[in-house]
Design a protein around this ligand. Structure first.
Ligand SMILES: [Zn+2]
Length: 199
């Protein structure tokens, strides 16, 4: 992170924690975090380049649920007072392990010099998330996720003007893991790069 642009990285206090937000448009556009996820600064805002759609249950899992299979479970936990040993049992409902959800992420290409870094940073963040957790209570087992990609699709500005199929590039990748997408990045996106560089 560029100290001159953003000062201390975690620079804004929200409730009990600190987050990072660049203070204005000109610093956000040069910040690999804010230009991807957006920033709500004091002076001006920087809109996110990413759109993350809602994730819905995958078709076969929805079918299993409609057929009567339980796809959530009640996990029983107990909190124990470290001094008195008093037990406080609690029950949390959570999705069963292995459940699959479909998701879609859209990235808006604004700067031809930044899109590759932005996408690589996003994929790297997703790879890190796989070894961390999504949501709360991850330190006691919740929120373990694994991403796999089916298709990448690039749509040029001309696609939106003309609707011509040739203005789209579809890159089907089967069920490719995040780390494998990063490994094959240059090969997978060479066609996109050529198209963008050709204008
Ligand atoms: Zn920033």
């Amino acid at each position: 992170m560029n100290e001159e642009n953003c000062g201390r990285f975690f620079n804004k206090r929200i409730n009990r924690g600190w987050i990072h937000v660049c203070p204005d448009y000109s610093t956000a556009i040069n910040c690999p975090v804010c230009r991807l996820f957006g920033a709500s600064g004091k002076e001006s805002n920087f809109p996110s380049r990413l759109i993350v759609r809602d994730a819905f249950l995958a078709k076969d899992w929805e079918d299993r649920w409609r057929a009567g299979e339980e796809i959530t479970e009640a996990k029983i936990e107990v909190g124990i007072d470290r001094v008195t040993s008093q037990a406080n049992p609690r029950t949390n409902e959570r999705v069963v392990a292995g459940a699959e959800f479909k998701f879609e992420i859209i990235y808006n290409v604004e700067d031809l010099k930044q899109w590759e870094d932005d996408i690589k940073n996003l994929l790297t963040a997703m790879a890190l998330l796989e070894d961390s957790y999504l949501g709360g209570s991850g330190s006691r087992g919740y929120g373990k996720v694994k991403f796999s990609f089916e298709t990448f699709e690039f749509r040029s500005a001309d696609y939106y003007r003309t609707g011509e199929e040739k203005e789209k590039i579809a890159i089907p990748v089967g069920k490719k893991q995040v780390i494998d997408v990063l490994k094959d990045f240059d090969g997978l996106f060479s066609g996109v790069k050529e198209k963008l560089e050709a204008g």
